[in-house]
Design a protein around this ligand. Structure first.
Ligand SMILES: Cc1cc2nc3c(=O)[nH]c(=O)nc-3n(C[C@H](O)[C@H](O)[C@H](O)COP(=O)(O)OP(=O)(O)OC[C@H]3O[C@@H](n4cnc5c(N)ncnc54)[C@H](O)[C@@H]3O)c2cc1C
Ligand code: FES
Length: 287
């Protein structure tokens, strides 16, 4: 690299390696599916080797290319040793095709992209539901290595849809499970139990990910109890690098400024958060 006088300035090795990674994360890499775990009838976890994804922060996401079908965003749900995983709910064409794939099949990966969760080492409350538990399970594992005291509130519609309970039990001091139909743990919405927990204890941080109405409620609870919060948002993603505008929410592009946002950032997009998202034509549609 040259400076204004034209003399050559060498980049230090750390900067060189960061720039190399920056270019590489944007490139599509083909990877082989190493392992598939059926978590429940609608959700499967896919594992693969990738040297860039193992450096990801919990909350960062990858774009998964399913050859001949589509490319879709997925949070990393496990980062262990040399391999990473993402966990997929079967909802439409791309995810149904993924669910039919076998060990040894080839997919494409770009990323990891976006800003992940930042760590807080004190008393933390994690509240998640559905596949929103994917980034939160990795977060809980990493926070426990940092000796944070984690209370995890884990929600699902019914017992068979609960995800990652064993993993979460292994690393969290206090785990509370809530199912909408009461088939496992406490009965009711996970937010009802979060409300009680926040009224009884003080936390240094609340982390959340799940359906948007759940996260809207968690934002208002965190505000009420004057507790900082970080949450991971979902919006349509195409480029994943801040260029196309598909993922815009107010002043932010979720792929680049998020997907993890703080309570302070979310206050700036209150007109859209929990109310609107964009469709593939850029039109605002109700969440
Ligand atoms: C940052 C981020 C992380 C995500 N992590 C996970 C995860 O860990 N596990 C998981 O199961 N799902 C995750 N999703 C949602 C997942 O990307 C969609 O379910 C998937 O794209 C649906 O594709 P489809 O073709 O199967 O369904 P479709 O029938 O095409 O779509 C079903 C719904 O999925 C959403 N969707 C479709 N395409 C996209 C897209 N390109 N970007 C964002 N949303 C889309 C839309 O809300 C749509 O209405 C994440 C989304 C984002 C933005
Ligand atoms: S997905 Fe293109 S700007 Fe975010």
């Amino acid at each position: 690299m040259s400076n204004k006088r034209g003399t050559r300035r060498e980049l230090n090795p750390l900067m060189k390696s960061k720039l190399k990674d920056f270019g590489a994360v944007r490139r599509l890499r083909t990877v082989e599916i190493q392992k598939i775990v059926e978590e429940n009838p609608l959700v499967k976890t896919f594992s693969f080797y990738d040297e860039l994804c193992v450096k990801a922060m919990p909350g960062q996401f990858v774009m998964v290319w399913i050859p001949g079908v589509d490319e879709v965003p997925m949070s990393l749900s496990a980062i262990e040793g040399d391999y990473c995983s993402f966990t997929v709910a079967k909802v439409g064409e791309a995810t149904k095709t993924l669910h039919k794939m076998k060990k040894g099949d080839i997919i494409g990966i770009r990323g990891p992209f976006g800003k992940g969760f930042s760590y807080v080492k004190g008393e933390v409350l994690i509240v998640g539901g559905g596949t929103g538990l994917a980034p939160l399970a990795v977060l809980a594992e990493n926070l426990s290595k940092l000796r944070a005291n984690v209370t995890f509130l884990l929600g699902a519609k019914t017992r068979s849809e609960l995800l990652f309970l064993n993993r979460i039990n292994k690393v969290c001091a206090n785990v509370i499970v809530a199912t909408d139909d009461g088939s496992f743990g406490l009965k009711g919405l996970v937010t009802e139990h979060a409300e009680k927990t926040l009224a009884e204890e003080r936390f240094d941080m609340v982390y959340t990910c799940g359906p948007e109405p759940m996260m809207v409620k968690m934002l208002s609870l965190a505000e009420k109890h004057n507790t900082p919060l970080q949450m991971s948002l979902e919006r349509l993603m195409r480029c994943a690098v801040g260029l196309c505008g598909s993922c815009v929410i107010g002043i932010y592009r979720v792929c680049k400024d998020g997907p993890v946002f703080t309570d302070k950032q979310l206050k700036k997009v209150k007109d859209e958060f929990g109310r609107f998202r964009r469709d593939f034509n850029g039109r605002k549609i109700a969440v």
